[in-house]
Ligand binder design. Sequence first.
Ligand SMILES: Cc1cc2nc3c(=O)[nH]c(=O)nc-3n(C[C@H](O)[C@H](O)[C@H](O)COP(=O)(O)OP(=O)(O)OC[C@H]3O[C@@H](n4cnc5c(N)ncnc54)[C@H](O)[C@@H]3O)c2cc1C
Length: 400
Amino acid sequence: MRRGVEKHRVLVLGGGNGGLSVAGRLRRHGVRDVAVVEPRDQHVFAPLQSHIAGGVARASEAVRPQADVTPRGVTWIRDAAASVDPHARTVQLRSGRKVAYEHLIVSVGLETRYDAVPGLAEAMAEKTGLSSYTFELAAKTSPVLRDFRQGTVVFVQQPEPASAAGVAQKPMYLACDWWRSRGVLDDIRVVFISPEPSAFHIPGVSAELQRKLDEYGIETRFGADLLKADPQRREVEIKRGQETETIGYDLLHAAPPQSPPDWIAESGLADPADPHGFVDVDPETLRSRRFDTVWALGDAAAVDTLRSGGAIRKQAKLLARNLISVINGEALTGHYDGYSVCPITVSRNTVVFAEFDRRGRLAPTIPGWKTLYRERRLAYFFDRRVLPWVYWHLILQGRA
Ligand SMILES: Cc1cc2nc3c(=O)[nH]c(=O)nc-3n(C[C@H](O)[C@H](O)[C@H](O)COP(=O)(O)OP(=O)(O)OC[C@H]3O[C@@H](n4cnc5c(N)ncnc54)[C@H](O)[C@@H]3O)c2cc1C
């Protein structure tokens, strides 16, 4: 150990979904001296934010103290990484402290950038600005959508890079189902703006979602980007091809633009050709293509598939296996096929559960059940009831 510099065998940056899952897994497989750098003292289960915004979960269900969810035997460093020196194998923390490592795992997620669209941050600060993508905004969204009775509501999905981009649709369907049950849906104009050419990138899943869009009478603007929001006039301006359109709103529910933290690229961990600055890993092994002792998973890694918590379950397993092989001087055997999942709640008791690989082929958890993605009550029960329990008790401990 270098004098005066704290050192860990495995240092994990980020104690969110990916960081804790992989740390827990490494500990369970006997790797000693695993430390996680995480600034927040409350851990948030982001998928529940959609349910909170859509009025089918309480905000308190999505939060637990970081100390309670950090796997036993893992050291929690309550600080934030400011930069990495991959040559010296050290991380500079924001507090000024420096920590050395033998192996580094980066899982710091994506940052939300409401300010990247003119007027959007200001729009979110108004009573009428809503989003499921931030815990506080999700909690604010719930009663506003619940009590809305007539007018125009605009929902916006953002282009990649995004955390499980399609889940921006979840609160929209939940709200429509609620308004329909109150008999007010006909008095509400719902407009869905998405940069994608259709509701989802897999035709079968897209058809299933389009059926729900039609059922609720939701107007769609596919292939559209949000140019700006004007909270004073309560308008958004969007662009489709060469055409711009201004849409007035009473409520605006928007996913924010998202990107990895800048210090990843500034530390030399990204491919300079990557405009977004993800950690440059081999998407099959999750090991850095630049530095043998650097690994990454989750939303901040160049995993070449749709970013999601479901994808992380596979990534954490594989990364831990590969890292242990390297520690033992063995060849890497694990290969990640890009499995990912996007469960879209389409009513207050059904979900379209889309599972696929990086080539866009359906990859149902129950092999052979090719239509598992179709709207189902069973999938809702799994997504809303089973998964949160599995997350808190098994996934974060590296057991699932
Ligand atoms: C609204 C919403 C709904 C979603 N719904 C679903 C769903 O239904 N199904 C699904 O599979 N996925 C869903 N996802 C995606 C899923 O939540 C993410 O893919 C997953 O949380 C990413 O894990 P991660 O470890 O990469 O990042 P995170 O879980 O975001 O964790 C990153 C951690 O890094 C910490 N951090 C940030 N900067 C630093 C730093 N400088 N130093 C140290 N630590 C730092 C953060 O505080 C955070 O704790 C959803 C996401 C959102 C936002």
